[in-house]
Design a protein around this ligand. Sequence first.
Ligand SMILES: [Mn+2]
Length: 330
Amino acid sequence: MNDLDSFVINKGTVSKAEKQLGAKRPKLNSVTLIYVPLFFGGKHRGTIMGPAAVRVAELSDRLQGMGLVIHSEVEIKIPAALGWKSCPAPEPKCVPEIVDVCSELAEAVETALNNNTVPITIGGDHSIAIGSIAGASAYYRKRQEEFGLVWLDAHGDINTPETSHSGNVHGMPFAVSLGHGDPRLVNLGGFAPKLNPDRSVLIGIRDLDPEEREMITMSGITAFSMRDIDHIGLGRVSELALSAIGPDVSGLHVSFDIDVMDPDVAPGVSTPSPGGLNYRESSLALTFLAETELVRSIDIAELNPAFDVKNRTAEVAVNLAMTCMGSRIL
Ligand SMILES: [Mn+2]
C-alpha cells in the first residue's frame, strides 16, 4: 500500500501515479471565445454579467498578446425576461431554458473543436458545463477517442433533483454529465453519459451536501478535497489527478468554477466558500494542466460581477485562462 492511497477517494490505488502522459500533440494556437451569460441555474442574477466583465478585463487582447489567434467570438443568447423566480417548483428549475442554451453551447463547442481551436466558454453559472461537456464529449465520441475531465470547484455540483435542496441546476452539472439527473439534461445531444467516471477528477471541494458525499463515492470519479490539498499540496494533487485520468486520453476538458478560489482572492462569485485555493495554487494547478499540452476545452464559470470588487475577480479569471492556455513565467 502506498501511503498516498488515502488521499484518493474511490481509487483504491495510485499505481498510475508516476506514469507519464501520452505522446504530445502539436500545440494549438487558436481559441474560440464563447460567451454564455446564463443565470437560470443559480439563485443570483449577477452571472449574467460574467462575459461582460472578462471583456472589460480584456480577455481577447490578452490572449492575443501571448501569441494566440482568436478564431471567433460566439455569443449565446439567453432568454431575457426569464429567471429562476419564474421557474416554479417542482424542481429542478428552468430546465427547458437551460436545455435550449446548453444545446446551442454544445454545438458551438463541438464546432470550435472541429475547427482545431480551443473553445473557452465564459459563464454564466456552472450549468453551462452541461452544454460545453456535451459538445466536447460529442467531438471525441465521433472520433472514438477518450478525453479526461478536470473539474475545479468548492462544491461537488453532483446533486440530482432527488438530492438537491434548492433545485438549482448549477448544483447538478457534474451529475448530469455522468448520466444522473433530469433526463432532459442528461440526454442533451442525444447520448449519455457524457463522461467516463474513470477519467473524471474533482479538485478543491470543501462545501458538499451530505448526499453529494455519497454520490461522489458511488459515481466512481476521483475527488481531492481541500484537506488533501492542504496535506500534500496542489502540485502533487495535480499530478495524481492527471495519473488518475490516465496517459491515453486525446484531450482534457477543464471546468474551472471560480469559487474554487478563496473569496479573499476571488470575491466575485455567486456562492463563495471560505478556505479555498489562493492565487498561486490555482495558477499552479492550471500550469500543470497546460504543460500536458492536452487542454482542448475550458469553462470559466460562476463569475458574478455584482459581488466583485473593482472587477478584480474577472482579472483573476483572465489570468487563469491565459495560464490554462500555456502562459508561463519562464
Ligand atoms: Mn460549480
